[in-house]
Design a protein around this ligand. Structure first.
Ligand SMILES: [Fe+2]
Length: 330
């Protein structure tokens, strides 16, 4: 009974969520260092944890090509996609195909596996560790979009003093091509495509999601999509990101650690719609620092059991984060 009540409460909370006022500045304002726009960009990241930049040259075309390529890959038969899953026993990294491997703790304390979330991980820029399918052409669209997201996000991070000019030199970004399977296929008691969490790295860039129903592109359902708990707020709010010309940016936990809470990580989740048979495509690009970078932080995140007091390397923080959120192989 308690469990049923918790689920009902979760659904009700979702339906009553407010809408976040997303701050969007134009790319022209950004590159011309428009003072007001830069102020807005910074305060949005500090107070809400998310901001958008609109009108980046070439962006929309790259997103369109990427969505098409992602569709081709994810529509391949399961046994073909599985060929590209990492063989962890053989020491493979996380690169390639991943299906339903993450778990997040729900408000009622239960750990829930995101069984509808499917990913394809690759480094950006491309390197020899990446896996690419031979059945469909994925690499070009993936890498071209990833590089544009990388270049733009690096400028944003420099603008808010999260990194210096060479902090990320030589460190690949981690791309995550995301596909959320049909909303009707999941556990009926899990209203989420992706449970509430913070990204563990420095910073994240993402595209507005694209939705399909019965093979046709549809608008984002009002009750679905990315929800963010504003840094200065207490409740999750919906991010209306229906403009394909906008690139979005969020803050990760290591960003919070290195700035001693001057900037806070963005808590977010992805809701699936309660009606319809909807699929969702997205792309996230994660920014890591060097694995041997060590922080001795005063952030509240130092109370987290993943943190190592006295000096926590990014390697340690990453390993502990994966241990917490990745479902162990049987
Ligand atoms: Fe995330």
């Amino acid at each position: 009974m308690k469990r049923v009540l918790a689920i009902l409460l979760a659904f009700q909370t979702m339906l009553s969520a407010g809408v976040l006022e997303l701050d969007i500045i134009t790319y022209d304002q950004f590159v011309s260092r428009d003072e007001e726009a830069l102020k807005q960009l910074k305060s949005a990241l500090l107070e809400k944890g998310i901001v958008g930049i609109k009108g980046i040259p070439g962006y929309r075309e790259k997103v369109n090509a990427y969505i098409e390529a992602a569709g081709h890959f994810f529509q391949l038969p399961e046994e073909v996609k599985e060929k590209y899953a990492p063989n962890r026993e053989a020491g493979d990294l996380f690169l390639g195909y991943e299906k339903g491997k993450e778990k997040f703790k729900r408000a009622d304390g239960e750990w829930v596996v995101d069984d509808l979330k499917v990913s394809y991980y690759a480094f950006v820029p491309d390197n020899e560790s990446n896996k690419w399918p031979t059945e469909v052409e994925l690499k070009t669209a993936y890498e071209e979009l990833g590089m544009l997201m990388s270049d733009t996000a690096v400028q944003v991070m420099q603008q808010i003093d999260l990194i210096g000019p060479s902090t990320l030199d030589g460190i690949p970004r981690v791309g995550r091509m995301l596909y959320y399977r049909k909303s009707v296929e999941g556990r009926s008691d899990n209203p989420l495509w992706c449970g509430a969490h913070f990204d563990h790295g420095l910073f994240t860039a993402l595209i507005p999601a694209v939705y399909f129903e019965e093979g046709k592109q549809v608008d984002e359902p009002a009750d679905a999509g990315l929800f963010v708990k504003p840094t200065n707020g207490t409740e999750f709010e919906k991010v209306v990101a229906n403009d394909p010309d906008v690139m979005l940016f969020q803050v990760g936990e290591f960003g919070q650690l290195v700035t001693n809470d001057a900037i806070k990580a963005t808590e977010h989740r992805v809701q699936r719609p309660l009606a319809g048979s909807i699929e969702r495509y997205c792309m996230a690009l994660f920014f890591d620092v060097s694995m041997d970078m060590v922080v001795d932080s005063t952030s509240t995140l130092t109370n987290d059991s993943r943190y190592k007091a006295g000096g926590c390397s990014y390697q340690h923080w990453s390993n502990e984060s994966f241990k917490r959120y990745i479902v162990a192989e049987d």
